[in-house]
Design a protein around this ligand. Structure first.
Ligand code: G4P
Length: 190
């Protein structure tokens, strides 16, 4: 997506070979116009898949997931992170370990908002090692919902997330794909 790549080149910062800082327009200060265009792009791509709900993992995925849900005309589910297992039988929950952050948490979703009839599109800001997305899929499958696909704003193709998810039969659609980074240098895969 050209406007996203241009924005990343103009305002993103490759901190090192692994981490891209996008806090000026995606995950700290948010650019609403860009988010609107991102949501429309995801909605256009997945429009024929019978999506009933969009899901994201709090917190940075919420902005692009909301504009996608709005463009598709369906509700947004925010999968919540809890520090440890919750003793609540009305919740689906699964443990996620983040390689990027070196932390783990319980990902949770209230049973009342999901059923086996749902076709869910998962949206997130980054795809790195794919642990968060894999956890989201596990959680939705506990509810016997169908995962219709995964929409990613920025994929780092040199990390194993895409392969891990495609290997589970999930369609991954990424709007900007970064092939390589160095400090202050970003190369896209086109
Ligand atoms: P993982 O398997 O290593 O955990 O990778 P995953 O793709 O699940 O990403 C883990 C977290 O790290 C995510 O945030 C993701 O947004 C963030 N992240 C990964 N790579 C980058 C990067 O290059 N730049 C930035 N800025 N963030 C990155 P999260 O834990 O879901 O938290 P939140 O930011 O959504 O609150």
């Amino acid at each position: 997506m050209k406007i996203l790549e241009d924005k990343i080149l103009a305002e993103g910062q490759a901190v090192n070979a692994d981490i891209l800082k996008v806090d000026g327009f995606i995950n700290h200060q948010v650019d609403p116009k860009l988010m609107q265009a991102i949501g429309q792009e995801f909605a256009d791509h997945f429009k024929d898949q019978g999506i009933t709900k969009v899901a994201t993992i709090e917190s940075s995925g919420i902005a692009p997931a909301l504009t996608t849900a709005q463009a598709l005309g369906v509700p947004l589910l925010i999968l919540k992170k809890q520090p440890s297992k919750v003793l609540n039988t009305d919740l689906y929950q699964t443990e996620v370990s983040s390689f990027t952050k070196g932390t783990s948490y319980e990902l949770t979703l209230s049973q009342k908002f999901i059923s086996e009839k749902d076709h869910v599109l998962i949206i997130d800001d980054f795809l790195a090692n794919g642990e968060a997305a894999t956890g989201a899929i596990r959680l939705l499958r506990l509810a016997h919902a169908t995962v219709a696909g995964l929409g990613i704003v920025i994929e780092k193709t040199f990390q194993p997330g895409h392969e891990k998810l495609a290997g589970q039969g999930i369609e991954v659609y990424a709007l900007a794909r970064i092939a390589r980074m160095e400090k202050d240098y970003i190369e896209f895969l086109r």
